[in-house]
Write a protein that binds this ligand. Sequence first.
Ligand SMILES: Cc1ncc(COP(=O)(O)O)c(C=O)c1O
Length: 561
Amino acid sequence: MDFSPATLSFYGVGAAAVATSVATLRKRLELSRAKHGSLSGHARIARRLARLLPFYEYGEERFFRSDDAPADIAARRRAGFDRLSQLYQTRFPETIKRTAEAAETLSDFQFTAAYRVPFQYSRFVRAHLPSASFVQSSSGVMLTDLDGNRNFDLAGSYGVNLFGHDFYKETIERGAERVRALGPVLGSYHPVIVENAQALAAISGLDEVSFHMSGTEAVMQAVRLARYHTGRSHVVCFCGAYHGWWGDVQPGVGNPVPAHDTYTLNDMSESALRVLRTRRNIACVLVNPLQALHPNAAAPSDSALIDSGRSAHFDKTRYAEWLKTLRTVCTERNIVLIFDEVFVGFRLAKGGAQEYFGVKADLVTYGKTLGGGLPIGAVCGRSDLMKRYRDDRPADICLARGTFNSHPYVMAAMNEFLRRLKSPEIDALYRDLERIWDERAKAFNARLAKENLPVRVVNLSSIWTVCYTRPSRYNWMLQYYLRAEGLTLSWIGTGRLIFSLNYTEADFAAVVDRFVAAAKTMLQDGWWWRDPAATNKSIRRAVLKEIIAHRLLAPRQSKKR
Ligand SMILES: Cc1ncc(COP(=O)(O)O)c(C=O)c1O
């Protein structure tokens, strides 16, 4: 045996290499285990599959019978569909006409119109139940469209509308009044900003504040600060969580390039904690507390409603425990814990998710309602994390700019918002907030059960989602019946209803009546007919078969062209 120094060092290097690769392999395995089993947990595969998905659509006949319903059911569906289509043409003519005209130049209109229902049905729906995206006025909890129809607002302006439209009209008007003499001067500040920063520091329990132009930008800045101060590269997001449309926090479908420095992990799971405990490259963990309603699932859009598999369940105690554990692990590992409260901040409690779940973050982002009706994003944080330069290395800075940040009109509307937050009227809206909305959801479900409707709601305070209890391919039709009953939803459809807190008992009762009326008509029109053998799994399998068949056909078709 040769034990020369050269040989020994050769074997030593070899052994070290094996040990390192075993350690690396173990870490990779841990990372794989920490990913959610669904496609949204596997961003790379999801993006690849999305590119493979072929377009196909149902002809008129199949449109009404994609679940192989008998002819009499298809006829009932068709009659219901025609009636709705007629009603839309007579009730919303001007709103529909203006929306169609605008879609020629507004790409956003084209996108949202196309993605209201599963793509196989989309073109036919658009032709007969066209979008009506314009409104002319708002008052109380109602929106008035261009044809003068007054509808209950369940869209909630993407969550901005927390206290009712009239509240925001006033914050904007009064705010504008206060900064009128200054006008839109940028670069220097109106003094109102100081009061805003102090109020936000008090609300968040953190030291410093920076203002940005949107929630997306606030998240960008929070992540950038975390990377700057930790010197680490990676961001942890939880599967399904939305944090705006910046590439690094949108690793899956929708972002044309991969987010290399993002780990999308399984929410509320021990395997995710293991990754946080063992990796040294993690700068921050981003939490969107809205996910408490549907951990690991993305915003439940009706365009993905191919079966009745949408599920939601909110367990406050369990989610709070999870956040507490996450807090402990982040502290142990010097990982920055960021609560992205752009949506839920102020909605769950005055002190936001931190107060509601009883857990403190290192950085918190706010947006939406905070601007008093105008565009906003804000980061609150510990002073050591908010600092953008180093005393000992003057060129090592962390830049964050934005022409319109701290715009005087936005700051003034925000100031009105923050001041009125302390008023007795707003205080009254927060009193028993959780109990009120939980009881409303419970009463709503009791009514739906009594009427034998295959629909239930699940809520996180005033944020609701509609779930379906009977396997069906047509749940997405409900949004059109709801519109006919005077209920306005966002383009996500029944997946997200957002109530403003100024909904009175009478307003709410009217919404329940209309909702029930819509669902009853849909039931009578045959859309919820069910083959007794059908399950959500069998529906998904059937759709998959269609996709594969069209995929196999696709190259031949393109060759023919
Ligand atoms: C949790 C969360 N973060 C960030 C954003 C992005 O905010 P914005 O749309 O203002 O850019 C949103 C928007 O819905 C959000 O819900």
